[in-house]
Design a protein. Structure first.
Length: 317
């Protein structure tokens, strides 16, 4: 029996509708599976990120414990043999952790340039590095509260003509990485200077002479040529007191108030490599010289571990 033409048309429309519905369901199912896979992938990435972060924080906790143990020994000395200063690497079960550390108060404090003595020390450092001594005045103007430029320095009028135009910060540098904003420094000059300076509280000016790189130690003996001081840097047997430092070299006497044999400011830089990714944690820590109490001053994530500004000098050799 032949179906009426209208019935055949309706049957065809129904079949087409069913095919369209099936295609839409398949498309929806595929979209949901793709979204689910994406969400699972993102969740996995988040899990891996927090795993690497937790491992870095665990290594930071180890470093803090080493600083506490160092203080508990009761020795007024931080020298090159200090346990917390030694590089540490650990690799196990697909996880690699590397840590480097340094004493920030073995460097010159870039935020302490308010006095003629501090400016003199910084200029002596610049001369050793064959950099323009006027950079000291530029940096001092950048962080001081007034708008009066020192001779050779720079205030708003100078920075307005720079690219990009800006104003002097009139506040301390938050980290040493911000120094190029406040000075006319080429990349090559900055790479020379960076390992030898730190951004510490403006009132702090002491330098741990046991850990100071040769160029920094030479700034503390203004009566000598730098090459006369370099061999004294980072001694294997650390000085145990400021008196011992001056006793070994009288040229340090004019800077007696700046000399120290124990550190208060530290930096750890931690790299964690795990599950196909990497995580870095750079921490700045203050240790109270009396109580030994520790305070984390800042944390920075995502820094380039390969360019960490550790002092590396052959001046003392």
């Amino acid at each position: 029996m032949t179906l009426p033409r209208a019935a055949t048309r309706q049957s065809g429309l129904a079949l087409l509708t069913m095919l369209l519905v099936a295609a839409l369901v398949a498309l929806l199912a595929t979209t949901l599976l793709v979204q689910q896979d994406r969400l699972l992938t993102q969740a996995g990435q988040v899990d891996r990120y927090y795993l690497r972060k937790a491992l870095a924080q665990g290594e930071e906790a180890r470093f803090l414990a080493e600083l506490r143990a160092d203080h508990a020994r009761g020795e007024p000395v931080d020298g090159m043999d200090a346990p917390w200063l030694q590089p540490r690497t650990e690799a196990e079960a697909g996880v690699r952790i590397e840590r480097r550390s340094r004493a920030l108060d073995a460097l010159l404090n870039i935020n302490n340039l308010a006095t003629a003595a501090a400016l003199g020390r910084f200029q002596r450092l610049l001369k050793q590095l064959e950099l323009d001594p006027n950079l000291a005045f530029q940096l001092a103007d950048w962080i001081d509260a007034d708008e009066e430029a020192r001779p050779g320095g720079a205030e708003d009028g100078f920075y307005w003509d720079q690219d990009p135009p800006r104003r002097a910060a009139n506040t301390p540098f938050p980290t040493e990485s911000a120094i190029p904003e406040g000075a006319s420094l080429s990349q090559a000059a900055w790479l020379k200077l960076r390992p030898l300076v730190a951004a510490l509280p403006p009132t702090f000016e002491q330098v741990n002479v046991n850990l100071a790189p040769p160029e920094v130690l030479a700034t503390l003996a203004p009566g000598l040529e730098p090459n006369q001081v370099w061999p004294l840097a980072q001694p294997a047997l650390p000085w145990t007191s400021v008196g011992a430092v001056i006793g070994s070299q009288a040229a340090f006497a004019p800077e007696e108030g700046v000399l120290a044999t124990l550190s208060q400011f530290f930096e750890s830089f931690i790299l964690v490599e795990a599950q196909g990714g990497a995580f870095t944690l750079r921490s700045t820590i203050h240790r109270d010289p009396g109580s030994g109490a520790l305070r984390i001053m800042s944390r920075e994530l995502g820094q380039d571990f390969s360019t960490w500004p550790a002092p590396a000098s052959d001046k003392g050799e």
